[in-house]
Design a protein around this ligand. Structure first.
Ligand SMILES: NC(=O)C1=CN([C@@H]2O[C@H](COP(=O)(O)OP(=O)(O)OC[C@H]3O[C@@H](n4cnc5c(N)ncnc54)[C@H](OP(=O)(O)O)[C@@H]3O)[C@@H](O)[C@H]2O)C=CC1
Ligand SMILES: O=C(O)[C@@H]1CCC=N1
Length: 261
């Protein structure tokens, strides 16, 4: 199965890198299309076909993933429409905020619509740790399974509907930046406590990874794991209470809601 990635920036590039990293996708089955191909030489070295011609890339693929900025999506997709065969190809849009209705309006061809998937991954796709939401629109069960398998190669997937994509994106895609901002804040605190910046960042990153793995391995509630750390009258509870007094939980929820508006 050949996959074309149209727009190989932060997100499209992370998808391509993740597919390579997974070892489960043959590099020769990836076609990367971007106006500037100079930044894609590492993909060429890995065996990926690279082009600046979107239509040429799409024509060769079974799955066409569009990963351009939202304001370019209409022009790019209308252009792809001229070469896409909806009987054998499926369209995946990772374009945030562009709806299935909009895409169907652009892609309708002689009354036919493409089998469409709205997909929201995150940049951890590059290391096969994405949390990816997949909303099938006008797609068969067979193709839904196929697209799920494709994105399972680069992390964890949830099949959902279009209504839930925005919330998923805030939690998991914007959430990557939010989690990293926590890491940066903690590392800055670590420097005040006496660690060098690089060392503090490494310590916090490993700590956050460990905390996430505790939840994922045990399926327990965060508060259950917090309880195991929080000694009565000890250090942790003083830190937690000071953070909450400064508005930690409220600030996170406000941030999520602002991003989701
Ligand atoms: N970044 C993220 O975490 C997430 C992003 N998304 C969505 O992914 C999409 C891409 O975002 P992101 O990767 O961050 O943006 P980037 O700007 O990093 O990447 C966009 C890429 O599209 C290329 N491009 C520009 N014009 C065209 C064109 N006409 N045809 C083909 N490619 C073109 C750009 O090339 P060049 O720079 O060479 O001009 C660039 O490499 C957006 O719609 C965003 O909403 C969704 C989930 C998460
Ligand atoms: O910030 C953004 O708009 C995009 C969508 C999700 C992550 N990045």
């Amino acid at each position: 199965m050949k996959t074309a990635i149209i727009g190989v920036g932060a997100m499209g590039g992370a998808i391509a890198e993740g597919m390579l990293h997974s070892g489960k996708v043959n590099p020769a089955d990836i076609i990367a299309a971007n106006p500037h191909t100079d930044k894609l030489w590492h993909l060429v070295d890995a065996g990926v076909m690279v082009t600046s011609d979107n239509k040429a890339a799409a024509a060769k693929a079974d799955v066409v993933i569009v990963a351009v900025k939202p304001w370019l999506a209409e022009d790019v997709m209308k252009d792809l429409k001229t070469v896409m065969d909806y009987r054998r190809q499926v369209l995946v849009s990772v374009v945030a905020g562009v709806t299935a209705a909009q895409i169907n309006g652009w892609m309708q061809k002689d009354g036919a619509l493409p089998q469409l998937f709205l997909v929201i991954p995150n940049t951890a796709a590059s290391i096969c740790e994405s949390m990816t939401f997949i909303a099938p629109c006008n797609a068969s069960e067979h193709n839904t399974e196929l697209i799920k398998k494709l994105f399972d190669n680069i992390g964890s997937t949830i099949i959902t509907d279009e209504r839930h994509l925005a919330a998923g994106m805030v939690l998991a895609s914007c959430g990557t930046a939010f989690a990293l901002r926590y890491i940066r804040a903690s590392a800055e605190g670590g420097v005040e406590l006496g660690f060098r910046a690089a060392e503090a960042t490494r310590i916090v990153a490993q700590t956050v990874k460990g905390a996430a793995c505790l939840l994922m391995d045990s399926g327990s509630h965060p508060e259950e794991e917090i309880d195991k750390v929080t000694t009565a009258g000890g250090l942790t509870i003083k830190g937690l209470n000071a953070m909450e007094q400064a508005g930690f939980t409220g600030a996170v929820i406000q941030g999520l809601k602002a991003a989701g508006k």
